[in-house]
Design a protein around this ligand. Sequence first.
Ligand code: SF4
Ligand code: SF4
Length: 324
Amino acid sequence: MEKLKIAGYWASSCGGCEIATLEIGDKILKLAEAADIVFWPALVDFKYHDVEQMVDNSIDVCLFNGAIQNSEHEHIAKLLRAKSKIMVAYGSCSYEGCIPGLANLTNREGIFHRAYIETPSTDNPNQTLPQTSYQMPEGKLTLPELYDTVKTLAQTVEVDYFVPGCPPVGKQTWAVLEAIVQGNLPPRGSVIGAGTRALCEECPKTRENKKVKAFYRPHEIIPDPEKCLLEQGLLCAGIATREGCGALCPRANMPCTGCYGPPEGVVDQGARFLSAVASILGVEDEKELSEEDVENLMSQIKDPVGTFYRYSLADSILRRARIK
Ligand code: SF4
Ligand code: SF4
């Protein structure tokens, strides 16, 4: 049987998804029997020029991780799309924008100002900022252009499958690779390597439909390990997150932060989480909360965007902050 040709790419991301692919352990030998890597900058030394020479649709599957934050990411996303039969948004950054997507709270100017001028460890008396091109005596140097808005892969090119997770867990990665090798993939457009329901469905903790009187950050309390963390005032995103990781964080008594994205049918993960939190707010002996009570409870949530939209801001209905 002819071997599959697979490619991988790393755009705006931390690199964790690349490492996560290695979590398949010795199954990598099975993968090597079935597929050849034809482009994957983190693993093998092929150049963009090599991809440009390939015939369109000659790569069977491309696992693309990372959000689209600069002109190089966009160029390579379009190039790999043209060369690949199947394009997979692998991991939360390419699927939803993830942590790089929080850059949508500001713009390029704000990012440059913070990174190259404001930070206490920066020594930049001439306030030099990155340029897209600079003429040296030896020749012209160029850098990709950083965009004001971070986009998901699907906001840039057509995507066939989505693998959630920051990063995707090893067993799910193998399930996806096995399905690719065996040609056993669901309809295009599907989320693969995860279930469809909310994470609470695979969480072993007990829920008692309790109201929450106060919110805590994880370092502020030691929660009862048997009981639902959200009902103990820890902002666990399980209700607004897709099952698939095996409830890794709640099992370790840490709230889920939502990295598997929204469950099937939920358009906006942050809005779903916010509405779940609103529905459990309560103060003892009060049937209805006063506006003051609500304000008091909500003011205990220290980082609303990072709590409700940590992974999904770029893919949400809001998408980005409006900058005047
Ligand atoms: S909210 Fe969190 S702790 Fe509670 S059941 Fe859902 S996943 Fe488990
Ligand atoms: S519990 Fe939540 S944050 Fe933790 S790995 Fe699973 S989906 Fe991601």
